[in-house]
Ligand binder design. Structure first.
Ligand code: ATP
Ligand code: FE
Length: 365
């Protein structure tokens, strides 16, 4: 099979054509990052208008590059959940039209399941495996038992880590640093952190009293806000000026986030061992979502995985952030498994929120 995937759940308009072996035949992506950076965050109607403006061109470009025509496709797969309703609607409406014109099967896709399964496109990974999804809107730990069979071990109780990175980057005015003016918050903090001291500022350990696999990033974010305000006072920083010790703040904040993530992941790894949820001879942790691009976080995860004999698998950064490829690949996985083709197109709708599989987080200890 050959499948066209379409992604519009947030601020990236993505399309790709992928075959059954995971070959990317053609892809195209339009990122709205610059415009949202200027506004200091995503404004949903603006995101919708930009998706609307670019979707046709992006789909055509992916098809052209793949040298496939619509008639060559086995199916069309599109993100329908979870995400910003206005953004999701553009992709679904466009896809429904295309499906009607071509009479192709339609496969609705869950954005987070797609993030999780991308790893299987580039690495030889069998079910079941453990996945950490850390992104702009989510932080989730789940066992992936099959294409459509997820067990949710834990998730964030408040903010997502990517969101925390983005907000602190904005508070630090990192966009005013010319070399960082065009990159996202997480990437800007990672870059500056390389020159900073990760022990310069103390952060609390979130949820230290709880032996479960949930996350909490709001406390770390508020602590960072407090530190920044105090430092600005101390250094007489006003207006667009940047703190002289900005790198230390970035390094300490990134370290605190990484440390929290690793502690909770460690819990999940131990839980999987104890409950024998993963094959003894090949225990795999997949890490995906935009925050998985972060090399510091990858490195600390690698340490803990090596320590207890887990294999750490991270898709290349380009596949960790939003794209059409992961949607097309999820379409392939579903198509091959004979599941997920919509029976009645008119009944397919978007869903802003949608759980990832069966929630067993309350029984994780
Ligand atoms: P979700 O997948 O939860 O719906 P999303 O699709 O908006 O959210 P992604 O595109 O998967 O999120 O990831 C974007 C997020 O990843 C942003 O918050 C960004 O700051 C973060 N991010 C990207 N690169 C890095 C990095 N190097 N370090 C830390 N965070 C990063
Ligand atoms: Fe995403």
């Amino acid at each position: 099979p050959v499948i066209l995937g379409i992604e519009t759940s947030c601020d990236d308009t993505g399309a790709a054509v992928v075959d059954a072996d995971g070959n990317i035949l053609g892809e195209a992506l339009h990122s709205q990052l610059q415009i949202h950076l200027e506004h200091g965050g995503i404004i949903p109607p603006i995101a919708r208008d930009l998706h609307h403006k670019h979707i046709q061109g992006i789909v055509n470009m992916a098809l052209e590059r793949s040298q496939c025509e619509l008639k060559d496709l086995s199916a069309i797969a599109t993100t329908v959940k979870p995400g910003l309703p206005l953004s999701l609607s553009v992709g679904l409406k466009y896809s429904k039209q295309l499906v009607k014109e071509t009479s192709k099967p339609f496969i609705p896709i869950h954005h987070m399941e797609a993030h999780a399964l991308t790893a299987r496109m580039v690495h030889n990974i069998e079910f079941p495996f453990l996945v950490l999804l850390a992104s702009g809107g989510h932080c989730q730990l789940a066992i992936v038992r099959n294409v459509d069979d997820f067990l949710l071990l834990g998730s964030t109780l408040d903010d997502a880590p990517g969101e925390a990175f983005d907000k602190i980057a904005r508070r630090l005015k990192l966009r005013n640093i010319p070399a960082l003016s065009t990159v996202g918050g997480g990437q800007a903090i990672e870059t500056l952190a390389k020159e900073g001291n990760s022990q310069a500022f103390n952060f609390p350990t979130p949820l230290s009293k709880y032996r479960d696999c949930n996350f909490s990033f709001a406390g770390l974010k508020f602590r960072a806000y407090k530190i920044i305000t105090a430092e600005e006072k101390k250094h007489d920083i006003i207006g667009d000026l940047i703190l002289p010790n900005v790198a230390d703040i970035c390094a300490s904040f990134q370290h605190a986030i990484a440390n929290h993530i690793v502690k909770r992941v460690h819990r999940a790894l131990l839980f999987c061992e104890l409950e024998e949820l993963l094959p003894v001879n090949k225990k795999v942790l997949v890490v995906s979502g935009g925050v998985a691009c972060n090399h510091y976080i990858r490195a600390v995860l690698k340490l803990v995985c090596d320590h207890i004999d887990f294999e750490l698998v991270c898709p290349p950064p380009k596949l960790c952030t939003d794209n059409g490829i992961m949607i097309a690949w999820n379409g392939i996985e579903r198509y091959k498994a004979g599941i997920g083709i919509a029976e009645n197109l008119d009944e397919v709708d978007i869903q802003a929120k949608c759980p990832l599989g069966k929630d067993i987080s309350k029984s994780v200890e």
